[in-house]
Design a protein around this ligand. Sequence first.
Ligand code: NZQ
Ligand code: ZN
Length: 388
Amino acid sequence: MENFIFNSPTRFIFGADEHKRTGKYLAQCGAKKVLVLYGGGSVLRSGRLQEIVDSLDAAGVDFLLLGGVQPNPGSSFVYQTIEAARPEQVDFLLAVGGGSVIDTAKAVAAGLLYDGDFLDFYRGKPVEKALPVGVVLTIPAAGSEGSPNTVITDEENKIKKGTKSDCLRPRFAILNPELTFTLPKYQSACGICDIMAHILERYFSKTPDNAVTDRMCEAVLLAVKDVAMRVIIDSEDYQAQAALMWAGMLAHNNICGVGREQDWASHALAHQLSALFDSAHGAALAVVFPAWMRYCVDEDVELFARLAERVWQVPASDDKRQMALAGIDRYQEFLKGLGLPSRLEHLDVPEEAIPQLVAQLKAACGDTVGNFKKLSMADAEAIYRGCR
Ligand code: NZQ
Ligand code: ZN
């Protein structure tokens, strides 16, 4: 295990009806003028936004409402929002939605305290200060409710890229599983894939001796595997949604990843699919991650075999490589069973687009990507070609 600092200051407020107390939690944070951001309208249709807004009124918290954040959120919306919010003396951001809304709120929170182009932060400039962000989560997926990360697409250059800073970790996150009941099956499946991917990016590590985090990663993967089909069959299964919602947070606030080098190549490859073809993040990962695994299996066959045995119940045998490959097959079958894609063509990505995907990847990440195996751009191209 390597040295680490783990700072997770977010206050997590979990359970039924808690979103109706959002105003109280904002007031406790000293919020005076809140910019409430939401997405394409699911929270309007479900009536949840109204319940949240009513709680702000009841708590005497002044606010501005702004909807329209799109999945794979883009830079132009962030620019517009910063411009709209600047004269309003906003002192707090409230994101009502999933990763796209939360990441947009984080970008605006940093951008409002910066005179330059907010995209500088996504091109390497450290984020040193940001307005506080609160979250009412509506989909277990990205884990942005507990993470220091934000991912935005630079629309001009078509590059999707993240940045991170502890000052971007939300002050509070309200996790009410009931808010997920309106999720379409496909969105839930994408979220499940993303949650698992956040664990796997940490699990595939060259750092030795991760006794605690290895077991934590396996436990979260097993729990997600156990409840996944329940939420696909019945989106109103409260206990299954509750397990998934907490798993989504645990998968990405880094408690399962401390003290170990992490990989993140699959995310970087998937991001280019989202940037160029607007693929849903979880769907892009469902296509990329199994292909990455097959390409990298010989980096540490023992680790792959252990995952196969402990999580995918592949019977132990002396042939570790065969176990490892069987585990990857079971993982991919599991994703397909949720209704997720497995090939580039399922995302409407033609094979001829691969050189452009690689060029975008290089522009976003440089000459190599990932840590478990440092992938050259030729490796990345081979993985895209292996997405089947
Ligand atoms: O926009 P609305 O109408 O709300 O619909 C959304 C959207 O179409 C819908 N949805 C969300 N909650 C719903 C609902 N529909 C019905 N009922 C509900 N309760 O779901 C769709 C997807 O929403 P989105 O916010 O895009 O989903 P997700 O949470 O998966 O976020 C994905 C984004 O997060 C980034 C991804 O790259 C992607 O841009 N990520 C952010 C991370 C972070 N900040 O730590 C880490 C992740 O690896 C990821 O990269
Ligand atoms: Zn992700």
